[in-house]
Design a protein around this ligand. Structure first.
Ligand SMILES: Cc1cc2nc3c(=O)[nH]c(=O)nc-3n(C[C@H](O)[C@H](O)[C@H](O)COP(=O)(O)OP(=O)(O)OC[C@H]3O[C@@H](n4cnc5c(N)ncnc54)[C@H](O)[C@@H]3O)c2cc1C
Ligand SMILES: *[C@@H]1O[C@H](CO)[C@@H](O)[C@H](O)[C@H]1NC(C)=O
Ligand SMILES: *[C@@H]1O[C@H](CO)[C@@H](O)[C@H](O)[C@H]1NC(C)=O
Ligand SMILES: *[C@@H]1O[C@H](CO)[C@@H](O)[C@H](O)[C@H]1NC(C)=O
Ligand SMILES: *[C@@H]1O[C@H](CO)[C@@H](O)[C@H](O)[C@H]1NC(C)=O
Ligand SMILES: *[C@@H]1O[C@H](CO)[C@@H](O)[C@H](O)[C@H]1NC(C)=O
Ligand SMILES: *[C@@H]1O[C@H](CO)[C@@H](O)[C@H](O)[C@H]1NC(C)=O
Ligand SMILES: *[C@@H]1O[C@H](CO)[C@@H](O)[C@H](O)[C@H]1NC(C)=O
Ligand SMILES: *[C@@H]1O[C@H](CO)[C@@H](O)[C@H](O)[C@H]1NC(C)=O
Ligand SMILES: *[C@@H]1O[C@H](CO)[C@@H](O)[C@H](O)[C@H]1NC(C)=O
Length: 594
């Protein structure tokens, strides 16, 4: 469709804010001609930028809409992850349309708008999903390269497992055989002991069965409970992001890597189709790589006339390529939290409500690179599969990706995860429902505000998260809440857990109906958005990219970010995005051998 070997990209950026990192020059781009232009300096984009510039023959431009992450304490300090979004200088500040599955509430939908993208603002939990998730990607695309066995080397390649900041003995707390130790994304176990660690261990021992201890939940078989891993660089007690790792100074100094900040791309087009009103044009000789994430990648495609012909025409955009799946099939995870007032003076609640105490802790963190701020939000984590003979699946398809894959995740926090009350010490246990049913699909579409004229590409798209729309969703959430209540009722917590933090929270003896109404009222997004530019088999009618992530029916454009995942994995999504971007980098290099 597009001219062979040549693709043009239009972008509009605010020149006064544009900065080229790693160079003295500011305000100008040295050239308008690159081999590769990567759109989005986020989780995936920075991996691709790093790996492509390993080849000195490739001249790469990386464009990021947001500012630099350098020196931002909220981003660097692991515990402060909940302070990085929503509605901050590093957020796109999106809101969904009212969600019918959540009693009609429109929810905040943060996305990183900063170098590192969502890896700079997420809550650091490191989970890979299950073997069956990846084997399903392989089956879905007909490309065995996406199977668990073939992706495990890419998980390891991206990873640098580090000693935790308190240098405690981690023998038996993780399985070294499934981890990488020389990659660019640091991972670590909790770096500071808490008052709940021994109680949690005793509680899961008391409960057994679903709560059985497992050394490591990242082996491909996540079932069981154990220590939470997070993208924390232990020795520096800092967040590891795609920016801190893949764009470290030694890589930014490569003369073939150019990083432009505050540069927001509006659309891409072929040589014959550009229009003189475009503010700035850049030319990619080999490929454009779209890595703008699950919201903005489909937005850029739709603005470019790549989407459903009729829908595009209806909002004043000339269709270029008819690909109806663009922006469709958005999939995400719902999350719910229960909290209790506890008998403790060592929870982390004060850090979230008293700036004097927080500032003292920040000084300790800066000087010692140790202490509670070195921890993320989860101290312990577990994954549970609902039995195949459960009544939930009698009349509906079990949405699991395959055997031994979990339906929900539980994680335990040494503070109240949510709006911190003015006083008291708390414990929170959260559940993420990992297997949304096939009706739980949302979308990203363009907002046609003025009839007849095309949407402004710099205005937010319309986002529907599609949460809790399938018959199995709320019942699986209910099982997850019952699991939380069982965990909290273990004898080990006696004398520690005092009372529910909120009287509307269901108790152990609550009815299914009570729990289900609590779920509809209180579930929110875990922000694990995928599927809006899904990969599908070569030549397949549905989908947006081929299994090698090339945009269907177009030459010279590839999509590398969470949007290509046809199903959300049974875990938090960043580890998958890193591994996906590592494999994509190899695919791009192989396709462009000189
Ligand atoms: C608040 C929050 C908490 C989360 N918590 C966790 C967690 O604990 N663990 C976990 O594993 N996952 C978590 N996730 C999910 C995870 O972070 C994402 O799935 C992953 O980072 C997505 O990577 P990506 O490369 O697809 O997109 P992103 O990392 O979002 O990168 C997209 C980049 O493109 C840029 N961009 C967008 N549009 C344009 C444009 N038009 N022009 C130029 N640049 C553009 C963006 O600014 C951004 O930098 C969380 C996400 C959020 C938002
Ligand atoms: C998001 O909101 C914050 C706070 O109002 C603001 O500083 C920031 O610029 C906004 N982000 C974007 C992308 O507009
Ligand atoms: C760590 O603990 C394991 C098992 O408890 C023990 O075998 C090992 O010697 C310890 N390592 C160090 C360095 O103390
Ligand atoms: C979609 O629009 C493009 C551009 O106008 C056209 O070439 C193509 O035939 C259309 N496809 C369909 C299925 O309508
Ligand atoms: C969404 O995904 C499903 C499952 O792969 C597929 O059958 C359907 O066609 C997709 N929808 C669109 C609009 O692409
Ligand atoms: C915050 O903590 C400090 C130090 O413990 C204390 O003196 C102060 O009263 C607290 N502030 C508030 C608003 O509670
Ligand atoms: C499911 O199977 C298990 C053992 O295989 C059995 O104990 C349990 O009662 C069954 N549950 C239902 C709902 O049939
Ligand atoms: C669409 O844009 C209009 C005009 O800017 C705005 O009022 C409206 O809230 C937007 N709709 C959505 C769903 O964001
Ligand atoms: C609080 O915990 C202490 C031990 O840490 C115990 O002595 C005390 O009885 C507990 N208080 C309550 C009300 O359970
Ligand atoms: C308790 O939860 C309900 C929602 O279920 C909420 O409206 C209310 O504000 C909460 N109360 C407190 C004290 O947080």
């Amino acid at each position: 469709m597009l001219a062979q070997g040549l693709s043009l990209l239009a972008l509009s950026f605010f020149a006064v804010h544009a900065t080229i990192l790693g160079k003295d020059a500011v305000l100008t781009i040295e050239s308008t001609n690159y081999d590769f232009i990567i759109v989005g300096g986020g989780t995936a984009g920075n991996v691709v930028a790093n790996r492509l510039t390993e080849n000195p023959q490739f001249n790469v431009l990386l464009l990021e809409a947001g500012p630099s992450d350098a020196g931002v304490l909220e981003i660097q300090i692991p515990f402060l992850c909940t302070h990085t979004t929503p509605q901050t200088a590093w957020d796109w500040n999106y809101t969904t349309v009212p969600q019918p599955g959540l009693n009609g509430v429109a929810i905040a939908y943060p996305r990183g708008h900063v170098l590192g993208g969502s890896s700079s603002v997420n809550c650091l939990v490191y989970t890979r999903g299950s073997r069956a998730d990846f084997d399903r990607y392989a089956a879905h695309t007909g490309d065995d390269g996406w199977s668990w066995n073939n992706m495990l080397p890419y998980f390891k390649k991206s990873e640098r497992f580090t000693q935790p900041s308190d240098r405690h003995n981690t023998t038996g707390q993780f399985d070294p055989t499934v981890h990488g130790f020389s990659g660019l994304n640091s991972v670590s176990l909790p770096g500071a002991a808490t008052g709940i660690d021994d109680i949690f261990s005793a509680a899961i021992n008391e409960l057994g069965s679903d709560f059985a201890f497992t050394t490591d939940t990242n082996t491909g078989n996540p079932l069981g409970f154990g220590w939470a891993q997070a993208v924390i660089d232990g020795p520096t007690a800092s967040r590891s992001s795609s920016s801190t790792g893949y764009l470290a100074a030694e890589f930014l100094s490569r003369s073939n890597l150019h990083v432009l900040l505050n540069a927001q791309v509006s659309r891409i087009f072929s040589g014959s189709l550009h229009d003189s009103s475009d503010q700035s044009l850049l030319d990619a000789q080999k490929e454009i790589v779209l890595s703008a994430g699950s919201i903005n990648t489909p937005q850029i495609l739709l603005n470019s006339g790549i989407g459903d012909n009729a829908t595009l025409q209806g909002i004043g955009i000339d269709p270029v390529i008819h690909l109806p799946a663009v922006g469709m099939n958005l999939s995400d995870h719902p999350i719910i939290t229960l909290s209790w007032l506890v008998n403790s003076s060592t929870t982390y609640d004060d850090f979230n409500r008293n700036t004097t105490i927080l500032n003292e802790e920040i000084i300790k963190w800066q000087t010692t690179r140790e202490g509670p701020l070195a921890n993320g939000i989860a101290q312990h984590i577990g994954f549970v599969r609902v039995p195949d003979n459960s009544s939930i699946f009698v009349n509906t398809v079990n949405p699991t990706s395959g055997p031994n894959s979990p339906h929900f995740e539980i994680f335990v926090s040494n503070f109240l995860l949510g709006d911190t009350p003015p006083d008291g010490s708390y414990l929170s246990i959260s559940a993420i429902m990992l297997t949304p049913g096939s009706n739980s699909r949302g979308s990203v579409s363009l907002n046609a505000s003025l009839p007849g004229s095309p949407p402004n590409p710099f205005q937010p798209p319309i986002i529907d998260a599609g949460l809790l729309l399938s018959a199995t969703d709320v019942p699986l959430m209910r099982e997850a809440v019952r699991n939380i209540l069982r965990l909290a009722s273990a004898p080990a917590w006696r004398g520690y857990i005092m009372s529910p933090a909120n009287s509307s929270q269901p108790s152990y003896s609550a009815s299914d109906t009570e729990i289900e109404s609590y779920i509809r009222e209180n579930s929110r997004s875990a922000y694990h958005v995928v599927g809006t530019a899904s990969m599908s088999p070569e030549g397949g009618k549905v989908g947006v990219t081929n299994p090698d992530l090339t945009l269907k029916r177009v030459r010279g454009v590839r999509i590398v970010d969470a949007s290509v995942l046809p199903y959300v994995p049974a875990g938090h999504t960043q580890a998958t995005v890193y591994a996906l971007a590592e494999r994509a980098s190899d695919l791009i290099k192989d396709a462009n051998v000189e």
